[in-house]
Design a protein around this ligand. Structure first.
Ligand code: HAM
Length: 423
């Protein structure tokens, strides 16, 4: 076969379903415990939505969007992220008229035309949280805590929360000027990509992955030295909450990371990321922050908001290292010992399934081959159906995973088998 999955995309195979479900369920259950509700928005939107919010000078909009003109001539893009879509939906559906804040969560595929490497894909999944309509640092802490609860419920060790504050748009302007002054001294040492950033969006130099830029950035001015007293108060309030959490949860740890600016334009005040040691350079499991100006930029009422999105592949890849893939997906394989009883077997299979016993009828082959099939797919049991069994209204059952025990159950009492399989 010549067709292959596109670069940076992959298939989720049946044996991985268990891990994916576990991650999704943990995210959903944790979000619901904090009173968050599910929202789903379309996978494609008008391109302008992302240009206005994520920012035209960002890597995402500049080079990573899957954009095209549709047959009606509209320029649309596959969503590279979902904060913009959720805010669009919030305004369009009049959610600002409901009791605020709106506590929302989402899950689904995102698309970025990035250079594929470990932990970086062109189609990937995000679970995200958006809390819209509250400007208090307490909700910054709330979303950070949701993320922490998810990671600790999934038994993540060695994760570190990085936090910073970008201040408001005025602070950011002043800070950007300071940064320009600083980096202009090193302009000839900066690699090409960062020279370009210097021209177009100097803040992003701090986000550089180039060794030389990282070195130069070490002495760069810090946002926290330039933000207003209001923004600083907000930041300090959050830090108090983080200190409190660290004092009673020994696994939780955080650091103030002066270089953390995030790669999207809509942030103000708090920004944060959780990183994991063991993931290497793609170690960011999730990222987020406050984005108070965004809803107004989109034409809605001035509504503060904060949220994060988690990269599900990165979380799943970590878990795969420690959790065995689910091998056992069938409870019973029906071995039909008399070919004339195929129709009766279908009925019995249905009765088993009605008792929540996962059942497959073995392929039409010799009894030996049917048994081989049951063993090969790791079925918990083989259930034999033949003339004798039907006459006696009993089914012979052989357990395949334990000591090959064999016994009989009444044909009209599948719960007997259920109990044995669960014991
Ligand atoms: P982001 O930092 O662009 O933020 O993405 C969030 C997370 O998605 C990353 O930390 C990473 O785990 C995962 N991710 C991003 N790109 C890829 C990729 N190419 N392959 C695999 N995983 C990836 C946002 O998207 C914001 N919308 C987050 C947010 C929500 N801020 C406020 N609310």
């Amino acid at each position: 076969m010549n067709y292959k999955a596109q670069r940076g995309t992959f298939d989720i195979l049946p044996e991985e379903e268990g891990i994916w479900n576990k991650v999704q369920q943990t995210c959903f259950e944790t979000a619901r415990l904090f009173g968050y509700r599910y929202i789903e928005t379309p996978i494609f939107e008008e391109s302008g939505l992302f240009e206005r919010t994520v920012g035209e000078d960002t890597d995402i909009v500049e080079k990573e969007m899957y954009s095209f003109d549709d047959k009606g001539g509209d320029n649309i893009s596959l969503r590279p992220e979902n904060t913009a879509g959720v805010c669009r939906a919030f305004i369009e559906n009049g959610l600002h008229n409901t009791t605020l804040p709106s506590r929302l969560f989402y899950y689904g595929p995102m698309f970025r035309y990035e250079r594929p490497q470990s932990g970086r894909y062109r189609q990937f999944h995000q679970f995200g949280i958006e809390c819209i309509g509250d400007d208090s640092p307490d909700v910054d802490f709330e979303v950070i805590k949701i993320a922490w609860d998810i990671l600790s419920n999934l038994n993540f060790n060695n994760v570190l929360l990085n936090v910073n504050s970008l201040g408001d748009s005025k602070d950011r302007f002043i800070y950007t000027e300071e940064l320009k002054k600083y980096f202009s001294k090193y302009i000839n040492d900066l690699p090409k990509v960062d020279k370009l950033r210097f021209e177009r969006s100097p803040l992003r130099i701090l986000d550089s992955k180039e060794d030389i830029t990282i070195k130069i950035s070490e002495e760069a001015p810090k946002t926290l030295d330039f933000i207003s007293s209001e923004s600083l108060g907000h930041h300090e309030n959050l830090i108090l909450n983080l200190e409190e959490l660290r004092s009673h949860d020994k696994k939780f740890n955080y650091k103030i990371n002066n270089r953390l600016v995030r790669g999207l334009d809509y942030y103000n005040k708090t920004v944060f990321e959780y990183t994991s040691d063991s993931l290497g350079p793609q170690g960011v499991l999730l990222g987020g922050g406050r984005y108070d100006p965004l809803i107004k930029i989109l034409g809605g009422q001035d509504t503060p908001a904060v949220g994060f999105a988690m990269g599900i592949e990165r979380v799943v890849n970590e878990l795969k290292k420690n959790i065995d893939v689910e091998k056992n997906y069938v409870d019973a394989v029906i071995i039909v010992t008399d070919e004339n009883l195929r129709i009766e077997s279908v009925q019995i299979a249905n009765n088993l399934r009605n008792s929540n016993i996962r059942t497959i009828i073995a392929p039409k082959k010799s009894i030996k081959a049917q048994m081989r099939f049951a063993n090969n797919i790791n079925s918990k049991s083989a259930v034999f159906i033949g003339k004798n069994e039907l006459e006696n209204q009993k089914l012979s059952v052989k357990l395949l995973q334990t000591k090959s025990e064999q016994f009989e159950i009444d044909i009209d009492d599948m719960n007997q088998l259920k109990k044995i399989l669960n014991s």
